[in-house]
Design a protein around this ligand. Sequence first.
Ligand code: PMP
Length: 326
Amino acid sequence: MKVSNGFAGAVGNTPLIRLDGLSRETGCEILGKAEFMNPGGSVKDRAALYIVKDAEERGILGPGGTVVEGTAGNTGIGLAHICNARGYRCVIVIPETQTREKIDLLRTLGAEVHTVPAVPYSDPGNYQKVAGRMAEEQDNAIWANQFDNTANRRGHYETTAAEIWDQTNGGIDAFVAATGTGGTLAGVSRYLKAQNDAVRVVLADPSGSALCHYVEQGSPEPAGAGSITEGIGSSRVTENLAGTAIDWAYTIEDTETVPMVYRMLREEGLFLGSSSGVNLVGAVRVARELGPGHTIVTVLCDGGGRYYSRLYNRDWLAEKGLSPDG
Ligand code: PMP
């Protein structure tokens, strides 16, 4: 029998999908790792699972314990599922700017959700810092700390990257992705470069993020006017991202991202979130940079169902000066 052991056993081993139109257009193989097919619906199931397993193994999370996290949504959703499956309480602190869909889903899954104003990382009221304090105030509680807890990166090193290497028979030329915590990009970069140092690793950074400048100049500096994307972009270099080899970076504008996700829906039947759009725009740029004949892998991080009210709402897009048609 081929059976997965519970929720945790169903995380990972996602398909690598060839995107026909983008591949034809560029003469490259453009491949998307279908992370929206994880049981909690996003790439963050992997990080959530590794963080919980790591805390259990280190003996800091015991039966009936609590997992607290500051999250833009997907990590919280992954954690809420895993906490249910393992008998933990889940407490989530989320910026109130995140979509209603994600906040409602977290509550439906049984997490205790605290919404807080979206303020910069330097502010003590920042959602990540509030989560850290909440965990400290409770017994038998851990702060998942996805940004600086490198169990997150290890999850991608041991699973996402190893799967990509296997699925491409080691024939990958470049990996491109946006980062939130940096776990995906850093874990995958470290693994792939350990197999073959010639594999290029490229950051696709949404407008407003400081990481493109970090890759190019060595220090984080915001570039661009900002972005409607969620869960990606950063003002700082996290522990997960620090010390990772990244060959080059692009700033990606929403005017490219939005038409890309609508194109994927029309052309490939793939209903994706905005970060997948950033990743695919990045993948096409890498393909143009390298020229035909290369294999480029990126991540389809989550599905469009988490973004009905924004990315898939034409009125909301129009208010932002954006259109599905570019
Ligand atoms: N896309 C989405 C939709 C996300 O929620 C996240 C994580 N916040 C990412 C991409 C980025 O992943 P990572 O945290 O591994 O950098």
